[in-house]
Design a protein around this ligand. Structure first.
Ligand code: ARG
Length: 470
């Protein structure tokens, strides 16, 4: 099929005798997805034009006409009136070509600029906004975790290893473990932000420009500055147009974040199941079964776990996309956007819905108390008791193991054994040994930094409350 599209895009004018074949145009277009960079593309163009005026490429009147033209286009896009044209390939050419139709000076806008540095700029600008918005959402999720912990501050549950009951912890302690993970996610995202926040404009297609651009001014206008206000510029034009590690870093940080949310979701799913029955997720965040009338399924939590897969997939796709590319820009790089957009959209939506779901969770205090009252959870405390009476820990561990076996044999709970039975295992046991099984006292004793003790958990809750308000 040698069908050619009607119009020839600006990038083909002069050198080419006609437009690309329709199937080629369809294969190579990115407007269907990169249109969402429009706001950032406009901002970048406004800053570039402002700089071009200061170096004499544009007159003041031309600059004004360009800014007004871009502004009008922005308003049309925002209200859905702008007509995107497939034959103009991408967001950059759609906007520039429309501008030039309306404003003759638009033809000067692309001076010393290539779509290669332009697209790198747009993605960086877009990602900066995405990261800041995501950080806010994570903060809300952390606050929801802290609030759920605070509202159930006295609730104790078994802590698990290997999904077997291990030792008692406050529910708040378990929830705050996720607040800690999310905090590291925020740190990773901030760290990534510092490398996103570097201005590539002025790198041209690959080799900068012979014109005396003021790169610092463009960077300042677009907020590419460090904490002391110094402009942050890419230092190698070839690197600047081919680098996408800033996007990869985001995709990697997002994948770790998604993994954390997936684990949280898994805990919530388990807790909501009848075997645990620790929590009830509000109806609005669950769905029924089309066949079994009794079912209430935690679909939101399951999808939060499930969506992690595509976030991982996007990271792998981006890594694979980049691995074989020769320097510098190659059209392959256009394939970075859908993955990046999908990653940002998916993690943001997930963080938001999980925060909302947490706000609609009721804790089943009776079920938690019943599970936490299992005296076996305090077997280690009994070993510590023997250690305090001078027994080496290995011996104490062995003795308590024998006590557990004895309890099992006699069909008694650990705290129902008599002193005589305990002493039949080891003479070190005294009359006060059974006091170890008082849960309240046991929780009061766990006050090392980071431990789930009564005072320590209250302290950690207070710290988080203070930290998240700021
Ligand atoms: N749509 C392209 C992309 O996203 C813009 C850059 C095109 N550059 C080029 N030399 N064809 O990568």
């Amino acid at each position: 099929m040698s069908n050619t599209s009607k119009k020839s895009p600006v990038s083909r004018s002069g050198r080419f005798s006609g437009g690309p074949a329709a199937d080629v145009a369809q294969f190579t277009e990115s407007i269907s997805f990169d249109w969402r960079l429009w706001e950032h593309d406009l901002l970048g163009s406004m800053a570039h034009a402002t700089m071009l005026q200061t170096i004499g490429v544009l007159t003041k009147a031309e600059l004004k006409a360009i800014i007004n033209g871009l502004d009008a286009i922005g308003k049309e896009i925002a209200t859905g009136k702008f007509r995107w044209k497939d034959e103009l390939e991408d967001v950059h050419m759609n906007i520039e070509s429309e501008l030039t139709k309306r404003v003759p000076a638009g033809a000067k806008l692309h001076t010393a600029r290539s779509r290669n540095d332009q697209v790198a700029l747009d993605v960086r600008l877009w990602l900066r906004d995405e990261i800041t918005a995501l950080l806010r959402e994570i903060n809300t999720l952390q606050r929801a975790l802290v609030a759920l912990g605070e509202h159930n501050a006295d609730v104790i549950i078994p802590g698990y290893t290997h999904l077997q009951r291990a030792q008692p912890v406050y529910l708040a302690h378990h929830l705050l473990a996720y607040a800690e993970m999310l905090e590291r996610d925020c740190e990773r995202l901030w760290d990534c932000y510092s490398r996103v926040n570097i201005c590539p404009l002025g790198s041209g297609a690959i080799a900068g420009s012979t014109l005396p651009l003021n790169r610092e001014l463009v960077a300042e206008l677009l907020g590419f500055v460090d904490a002391s206000g110094r402009p942050q510029l890419t230092q190698n034009s070839m690197d600047a147009v081919s680098d996408r590690d800033f996007a990869l870093e985001f995709a990697a940080a997002a994948a770790i974040l998604a993994m954390h949310i997936s684990r949280l979701s898994e805990d919530l799913i388990l807790w909501a199941g009848s075997e645990f029955n620790f929590i009830k997720i509000a109806d609005a965040y669950t769905t029924g079964s089309s066949l079994m009338p009794q079912k209430k399924n935690p679909d939101v939590a399951e999808l939060s776990r499930g969506k992690t897969a595509r976030v991982y997939g996007n990271l792998m796709a981006l890594l694979t996309l980049l691995k074989g590319l020769p320097m510098t820009y190659n059209r392959d790089l256009q394939e970075d956007k859908e993955q990046l957009f999908d990653t940002a959209d998916t993690v943001r939506a997930t963080v938001r819905i999980v925060a909302a779901m947490l706000e609609h969770i009721a804790v089943n205090r009776a079920a938690c108390a019943a599970a936490a009252s299992d005296p076996a959870l305090l077997a280690t405390d009994l070993a510590d008791y023997l250690v305090l009476r001078g027994l080496p820990f290995r011996q104490a561990h062995h003795a308590v193991g024998a006590v557990v076996a004895l309890a099992e044999k006699t069909g008694k709970a650990l705290n129902q054994l008599t002193l005589a039975e305990l002493q039949s295992v080891d003479k070190t046991f005294g009359a006060d040994a059974l006091a170890v099984f008082d849960l309240k006292t046991a929780m009061a004793k766990r006050n090392l930094t980071g431990a789930p003790g009564t005072k320590e958990v209250a302290k950690q809750l207070a710290r988080w409350r203070k930290q998240l308000v700021n």
